[in-house]
Ligand binder design. Structure first.
Ligand code: FES
Ligand code: ZN
Length: 304
């Protein structure tokens, strides 16, 4: 908790203390910082190009709600760009239904078109059903979600799929791939993962990857964005949760750790000689883009 008697450099009451900077921020100055960071990540990495049709992946949570709001705020006067949102109902009790309500409200407020789809409709199964058959619920959910987001975004004519990975997510993904020694996935992190061009693959962009989760929460709160604070009931015990706790503990003791992990990644990825990437294949079962003969979604569906 920030000390409420403290002031920002501009004189307004502080809502955030950035330990790694030793500086207090008020709502205005924090908003400016978040918006500057968003624009910088897009600019440096050329995430958005002229005439892009941007599909924002919404979940109803603070990160994706902030992402959509930022796109609206920064790009709403760009006539060449089109911004719309997409939300997926995984079929998790009432959890996502409540999130969808928040997403609807946000899109209504911003006058942005929201497209909806579900695992049940597109894949024929809900996460609640999968949870009864496997303990790896999150793995299934993650694979299906990536698959469906790409498929739907493409069908909607998107040229970019914007996802709300924040700095905490990115630092966790880096460390998780180190722990698993998964170089393939490690290579695929970064602001625009999966740079291979394929007519069936919509490039994913991560404009929030340099912004702390805590700051996005404050940003969404300051701008009174409708968002759900609920957590998925299946995200209890997994490696990511342990890695998150570990990184948060180190950050507490050594402020700036998350930023350094991501900076280290960006520096090292430029130096690693990545073999020239070949073309993507198309799944023999469903025709969607994949690195294998059969895509991960079709492979997992066979297991259940
Ligand atoms: Fe997919 Fe929790 S959101 S398992
Ligand atoms: Zn497939």
């Amino acid at each position: 908790m920030v000390d409420l008697t403290k002031k920002c450099e501009c004189g307004r009451p502080a809502i955030l203390y950035r330990k790694y900077e030793g500086r207090y921020y008020c709502d205005h100055c924090l908003s400016k910082q978040v918006e500057r960071n968003f624009k910088k990540t897009i600019g440096i990495n050329r995430l958005i190009e002229k005439n892009d049709r941007i599909c924002v992946a919404l979940s109803g949570g603070k990160d994706s709600s902030s992402l959509l709001y930022l796109f609206w705020k920064v790009f709403r006067n760009r006539k060449d760009l089109k911004i719309f949102a997409l939300i997926i109902d995984e079929g998790i009790g009432n959890y996502r239904k409540k999130c969808i309500k928040k997403a609807e409200k946000l899109c209504e407020n911003l006058n942005i078109k929201l497209h909806k789809t579900s695992f049940k409709k597109e894949i024929g199964v809900t996460i609640d059903k999968i949870a009864k058959k496997t303990t790896k619920t999150c793995t299934y959910c993650g694979v299906f979600k990536r698959y469906l987001l790409n498929k739907k975004a493409r069908e909607l004519g998107a040229t970019k799929l914007a996802v709300a990975h924040n700095l905490d997510d990115e630092a966790q993904a880096i460390i998780m791939n180190v722990i698993r020694c998964d170089l393939k996935r490690f290579e695929r992190l970064g602001p625009m993962p999966g740079i291979i061009r394929d007519k069936k693959f919509v490039p994913r962009v991560k404009p929030l990857r340099n912004i702390h989760e805590k700051e996005l929460y404050l940003y969404a709160t300051v701008h009174k964005l409708p968002f759900s604070k609920r957590h998925c009931p299946y995200s209890k015990d997994n490696v990511r949760r342990d890695v998150r706790t570990l990184i948060n503990n180190i950050e507490e003791k050594y402020p700036g750790t998350k930023i350094q992990i991501v900076k280290f990644y960006d520096a090292i990825i430029k130096k690693i000689k990545i073999k020239k990437k070949g073309k993507l294949k198309h799944c023999k079962e469903c025709g969607e883009p994949t690195n294998q003969e059969i895509c991960k979604t079709c492979e997992l569906l066979k297991r259940i």
